[in-house]
Ligand binder design. Sequence first.
Ligand code: NAD
Length: 311
Amino acid sequence: MEIAVLGAGAMGSMFGGRLAEAGHSVTLIDINQPHLDAIEADGLRLETDGKSRAVRNIVATRPEATTNAPELLLVFTKSMHTRTALSGIRHLLGEATSVLTLQNGLGNVEVIQDFVAPSNVLIGVTTWPADLVAPGAVSSHGEGKIRMMSADGKGASKAVAVADALNSAGLNCHVDQNVWAAIWEKVAFNAALNSLCAVSGCTVDQLGLLEDSKQLALSVAAEVISVANASGVEAELEICSSNILDAIEKHRGHKPSMLQDVLARRKTEIESINGVVVVAAGRVNVPVPNTETLAKLVRLIEARNASAFSK
Ligand code: NAD
């Protein structure tokens, strides 16, 4: 398959690298010049479960330098960059281009549908992890999976073709009509752990130091799942709560991306996680005080970082 990856950071490079290894024609599109230069010079350095190799049959380029419309565009920017990134590759979006988002949070589908027909949009969620370890180098560990479907609930054949391509790279993809439940469960998980770690500076396991902070995480998850349920999505609190407790017990030293972003003075995905939940909660009249407070605190940290940065 002709595949382009828009936003070839940690996840985009890992997915792109594995798809290229499986024999697909892959173009990584990004604006991070040192990363692009390193891939051009030495290939993409990909490490999975301690096995490191260079993937050389892969093109890494800037948005304006790409010309061929791909069969599949995989969107892996952070959510707050989705619209700008798609604007930069508008010329690549052919009528036959399927666009798949596996980004975290909510709202990406709506943005993508401003650029391509709803029938071409695929939506999903993934548990694969990835880290950008240096320009041109990404790592991943363990087993993940992908659940996805056509965003309009109709284009099953497109979803199956894309799932086949992802599975040819061992990415463990299932077409799943119930994907919105999984997406909301992940939003609940991230709304709880990402924002709490971003505000407190704690790693995920450090949230277990106090019973209060564990309970706070669980209460945020309960708020988010209530909003999902009131919006007609059958997300399950039990699944989400057990994932949260499991992460607090096992993810030793892990800094969620929102904490990494505030430490690096970058903007975070707070609006597409806690922020969007607060808006949805207003529509269905569900109180979400903890989710909202955490959103306000993360915004304050972003504002402080922006002002300190400008001095
Ligand atoms: P990342 O920051 O490593 O990568 C994002 C990339 O997008 C960067 O390389 C950046 O340069 C690029 N970008 C920004 N603006 C662009 C533009 N205008 N045009 C082209 N490229 C642009 O982020 P990531 O960790 O790979 O995460 C991507 C998405 O996947 C996020 O929504 C994240 O929440 C989600 N996610 C991440 C993980 C993980 O383990 N890293 C796991 C699951 C889901």
